[in-house]
Design a protein around this ligand. Structure first.
Ligand SMILES: Nc1ncnc2c1ncn2[C@@H]1O[C@H](COP(=O)(O)OP(=O)(O)OP(=O)(O)O)[C@@H](O)[C@H]1O
Ligand SMILES: [Mg+2]
Length: 252
């Protein structure tokens, strides 16, 4: 069956390194779906749908079905209606329940990792939040790896990904899925910092471009960044504590 006999494509809702995402409806039911289209030469060694189908979690976007042609892979997913990206929400006026969102993020990553899958692109653009229920859904498994036997070389950062959020710091070391999972934990730490503080850890940099251009891809320690990160987090956590009578509860 041709995908266009089953789904009506409505409008483009996003695009990135790997593909274009459309909003569509299933003709028979009128249900909304999201369809990601990836070109043939990009999906050869792609684990996206395998990883999505292996995870059963309310924090992960649901895969409905896939279609393949000689030129394209079509990934049909649930349409996340009224969701916005975490990226669009982060600033100093973030008014949503930070602890609830952070706990949901921890649980989402735990559900992914329990299946021996690493996300590898865990960043605010790939985290969608429903503003009414503050419900969190992780999308975009385009760079994911899976399995105990995953031998893909563990890299610091691919040119297309965000050097801060996907700073996989164990370059040239023997790779296995655990190393990739450690990379996701790094990303989670940066995201938690960003949610709490209201911006990325970038104190010594004048602008985002300055930060990206000067990022030290090969330095495992990157000590200054990490020291600032911890110092600023301490300050902000004590501010948060002094403003509220609630104690900070342990996450998960
Ligand atoms: N299931 C969905 N429901 C609603 N919107 C979605 C859904 N999936 C993706 N989107 C929108 O499309 C954008 C791009 O999707 P996604 O991150 O999967 O693609 P990408 O960034 O091109 O992927 P990759 O990083 O693999 O190249 C998202 O940021 C989001 O705004
Ligand atoms: Mg993306």
């Amino acid at each position: 069956m041709n995908i266009r006999d089953k789904y009506k494509f409505l409008k483009e809702i996003g695009h990135g390194f790997n593909g274009v995402v459309f909003q569509a409806t299933e003709i028979a039911s009128s249900n909304k779906v999201a369809i990601k289209i990836i070109e043939h030469d990009k999906y050869q060694d792609h684990n996206e749908t395998t990883c999505m189908s292996m995870i059963n979690s309310k924090y992960i976007v649901n895969l409905i079905e896939i279609f393949k042609t000689s030129k394209h892979l079509y990934i049909v997913m649930e349409y996340l209606d009224k969701y916005v990206s975490l990226h669009s929400l982060i600033d100093n006026h973030f008014k949503y329940d930070k602890i609830f969102i952070i706990k949901s993020l921890c649980r989402s990553l735990s559900d992914i990792h329990l299946n021996h899958i690493s996300h590898n692109d865990f960043k605010p653009e790939n985290i969608l939040i429903n503003l009414n229920k503050e419900y969190v859904k992780v999308i975009d498994f385009g760079f994911s790896e899976f399995g105990e036997n995953c031998k893909k070389p563990f890299i610091v950062c691919e040119s297309h990904s965000d050097p801060l959020f996907t700073r996989h710091s164990l370059q040239n070391q023997k790779s296995n899925i655990e190393k990739w999972i450690q990379g996701d934990i790094w990303s989670l730490g940066i995201i938690i910092y960003t949610i709490i503080v209201g911006h990325i850890p970038r104190k010594n940099y004048k602008s985002w471009d300055d930060y990206v251009n000067n990022f030290n891809y090969n330095n495992d320690e990157n000590k200054e960044l990490i020291d600032n990160f911890i110092a600023e987090l301490n300050i902000n956590l004590s501010n948060l504590l002094s403003k509220t009578e609630t104690r900070v509860i342990p996450i998960i």
